[in-house]
Design a protein around this ligand. Sequence first.
Ligand SMILES: Cc1cc2nc3c(=O)[nH]c(=O)nc-3n(C[C@H](O)[C@H](O)[C@H](O)COP(=O)(O)O)c2cc1C
Length: 173
Amino acid sequence: MTTTPTTASGRQLDQADFRHVMSHLPTGVVAVTGVEPASARPVGLIVSTFASLSLDPPLVAFSIARTSSSWPKIRGGGRFSASVLAEGQDAVCRSLSRKSGEKFADVPWHPSPDGAPRVNGAVAWIDCEPEQELDGGDHVIVVARVLRMSTGPGEPLVFHKGRLGSYRDTVAA
Ligand SMILES: Cc1cc2nc3c(=O)[nH]c(=O)nc-3n(C[C@H](O)[C@H](O)[C@H](O)COP(=O)(O)O)c2cc1C
C-alpha cells in the first residue's frame, strides 16, 4: 500500500514542500565531470546528492535527473571525476549547473590520469568509473567505483536552504 505523504497540517505534500523540507539538510556541492567521446570536450554538472556508499569495494553514489543531458555524455566517456567544491567556488557551481552554453569557459581545471577534468581549487577529487544505475523515480541512482582519490586545502562549499555558503554560515544559521 502506498501512503500519500502529507505536511504537518495534513495537506497533501507537493514538490515545493518536498524541496523546502529537504533544503534543511546541508550538503556538499560536487562537480561530476568527464569527456564527451564524440567531441572530446569536457562535460559536467553539479550534484548535491553525492555520498559514500561502500568501503569494500570503494563505491560512491549520487542521483541524476532523468532529464540531464550531461550525464549520458559523461557516462559515455567512461571514467569521470568528482570534484568537491571549496568555499567561494559559487561561480563554478553556477557555470556547471547551467543547462547549456560553454559551461567550462570560466572553470579552471586540470586533467585526471584518465583525462577527466578535475576542478582546480576543490577540496577533494574522486576519480570514478560508472558501475551501475538503479531506478530512483524521476532520477537514476548512479553507483560508481572509486579509482583514486586525493584532497586539497580549504573548506567545502555548502548548499543549505537553497543557498550556497560555507560551513561557518551553516553553523551560524
Ligand atoms: C546546488 C545544486 C545541486 C544540484 N544537485 C543535483 C543533483 O543531485 N542531481 C541532479 O541531477 N541535478 C542536480 N543539480 C542540477 C544540475 O547540476 C544541472 O542543473 C543540470 O543537470 C544541468 O543540465 P544538464 O545535465 O542537462 O547539463 C543541482 C544544481 C545545483 C545548483
